[in-house]
Design a protein around this ligand. Structure first.
Ligand SMILES: NC(=O)c1ccc[n+]([C@@H]2O[C@H](COP(=O)([O-])OP(=O)(O)OC[C@H]3O[C@@H](n4cnc5c(N)ncnc54)[C@H](OP(=O)(O)O)[C@@H]3O)[C@@H](O)[C@H]2O)c1
Length: 272
């Protein structure tokens, strides 16, 4: 399927991963984000949750948007999905094969570079990995490509070197940086879908702001719902990793909460 309106994130759930993935699908999520990085994600557990949901007749593979990631060696612990001595292109191919095995599918919908090799800029290693990811896409093992944890500089350098631009950018979204305004603007001009994570946890002070509380009270919504409705209003694809079924329901319901243009503008510039 094409990118859904909301993505359920599976980080840090460990043994609860299968049950929470199944629950999220039961509650109505159709987008699932994971990574072949055992340190923070239990991707095989995501696959178990998917299999349980298929068995229960909740969804079919075609109903879902499945996204996973390639993670460089420094972002991993000892539980590697590839041979650390292999070259980077081989590591990408091995990581993808392992992801497909974990997820019980022959393709994912989005394959994301978890983070560039350096915070300073788009490196030769990144170009190599990105090329290998594009070959995975060309072979039909992912429909789309994305990058995560990138700065505007990374994206500008990608573009300047003539690299294919991603379909998705997935970033931690800080209100103090205008909710990643520069990166979002770059994405909007190039029809790249911006996926925002840590919308709640990175912005605890903003959630306490009387302006957000006022909007929530007027709209009879929760503070997280206002933040997610704002994210959707500015064109983001938000992620949530809540483990609470009531929060899952509330987060999905934020799609029906339409903020006024002046409310969106006020939240956009609340802290930066
Ligand atoms: N690309 C990357 O490097 C990267 C990094 C981090 C995360 N991610 C992705 O983003 C996903 C989401 O991560 P996140 O950092 O945004 O944090 P998160 O896992 O979504 O955590 C949100 C926190 O807020 C709480 N919360 C309270 N009310 C809530 C509500 N109504 N809705 C949702 N949460 C509520 C949750 O508690 P309850 O569980 O009690 O609701 C939880 O403690 C991850 O699972 C992962 O897929 C990607």
């Amino acid at each position: 399927m094409s990118a859904p309106g909301f993505v359920y994130g599976t980080a840090w759930k460990e043994d609860r991963t299968p049950a929470l993935v199944e629950l999220a699908l039961r509650m109505g999520f159709r987008g699932i984000d994971t990574a072949n990085q055992r340190r923070h994600y239990f991707e095989a557990g995501v696959g178990q949750g998917l299999a349980a949901a298929y068995r229960a007749g909740l969804v079919t593979r075609a109903d879902l948007f499945l996204q996973t990631k390639f993670t460089y060696r420094p972002g991993q612990d000892h539980r590697l999905p590839y041979d650390p001595d292999a070259d980077l292109a081989t590591q990408v191919a091995q990581s993808m094969a392992s992801s497909l095995d974990h997820l019980g599918t022959d393709h994912v919908d989005s394959y994301v570079l978890h983070g560039p090799a350096s915070g300073h800029g788009w490196s030769e290693d990144d170009a190599l990995v990105w090329g290998a990811m594009a070959r995975e896409r060309d072979a039909g093992r992912t429909r789309l490509l994305g990058v995560s944890n990138v700065s505007l500089r990374h994206l500008q350098q990608m573009e300047a070197t003539g690299a294919e631009l991603p379909a998705f950018v997935q970033n931690r979204c800080f209100a103090v940086r205008g909710w990643d305004r520069d990166v979002r603007a770059f994405c909007a001009r190039r029809r790249i879908v911006y996926q925002g994570f840590s919308l709640l946890t990175a912005n605890v002070d903003v959630l306490r702001h009387p302006l957000v509380a006022g909007i929530a009270a007027r709209r009879q919504a929760t503070l997280p719902q206002v933040v997610f409705a704002f994210a959707l209003a500015v064109g983001m694809l938000p992620l949530t990793g809540t483990a609470d079924p009531e929060h899952m329901k509330q987060d999905l319901a934020a799609r029906a909460l339409t903020l006024a243009a002046d409310e969106v503008r006020a939240i956009e510039s609340i802290a930066g």
